[in-house]
Design a protein around this ligand. Sequence first.
Ligand code: C2E
Ligand code: MG
Ligand code: MG
Ligand code: MG
Length: 284
Amino acid sequence: RAKAAGRRTWRFFEASMAADLEARLAIEADLREALPGNQLEVMYQPIFALQTNRLSGFEALLRWRHPVRGMVSPGVFIPLMEETGLIEAVGRWVLEQATREAATWPAPLKVAVNLSPLQFRAADIATSMLHVLSQSGLAPGRLELEITESALLQSDGGVAEVLQAFRSTGIRTSLDDFGTRYSSLSYLLSFPFDKIKIDQSFVRDMATRAESVAIVTSVAHLANQLGMATTAEGVETAEQLRRVREAGCTEAQGYFFGPPESATELRRWFDEPSRSDRILQAVL
Ligand code: C2E
Ligand code: MG
Ligand code: MG
Ligand code: MG
């Protein structure tokens, strides 16, 4: 009986693996059509400076409208684009879109663009970034590149050099999703980032876990000592905003301020400056 059950389990496993593989191959084939088929869109989520209570800029976040499946999350398709190498062309397209768009925003509003590990590893990354910037007309100081820890781990050395190259051109860099992976404080000391984005998991837990308050406060303090800014990610409530402010974070981002919006929608932030004030009044 045990043997039969084992065989059944195995067969089931085999079938589901085949189904997974099939689904994956199908989605990969569709993914190749995404850019040429105009199915990609860049959305922008507001980021607030907590010292001035002003809008400081927007993070560019990629969306894929699949003709049949509807909206597919970047959590699903970015890793596939990374594995297939498609991220190179798509990542460049995002950069072109985002910098061209941001060049039309009132200065000094900034745009933050996520850089995948594969893009970060490209030998000519700093030069090609300057090329994109000069085409867009956006000042280098208004572009921030967000890089995750996995990008640092996957690159064989040269991380500090690339970050330094960005810095010397005036482009800013942020360490994204800090605290989720193999975070080590030594990253903060050895790599010249301008900003640390503290992962939303810590922000979410601040109301219920003293450990999360301690972690966010310590990271904000250390960053400040090292001359870096800190953004609290995933701020959804007035209570969370109060706590990240108390912890000393210099910026905040999350649904409390607003979700990612289209390039057209976000213009409401410019037409109606009192919108920012109204949102922040809840906590001042
Ligand atoms: P990320 O860079 O950490 O971006 C923040 C994510 O948190 C976004 O998810 C955003 O929509 C979500 N978020 C913002 N505020 C809140 C909140 O208050 N609560 C909660 N629960 N979530 C919030 P999204 O847009 O699904 O993107 C997921 C990830 O995909 C991004 O994480 C980033 O790592 C990656 N990604 C997105 N666009 C690009 C891109 O153009 N290039 C690359 N390489 N990666 C991208
Ligand atoms: Mg990011
Ligand atoms: Mg993040
Ligand atoms: Mg994240």
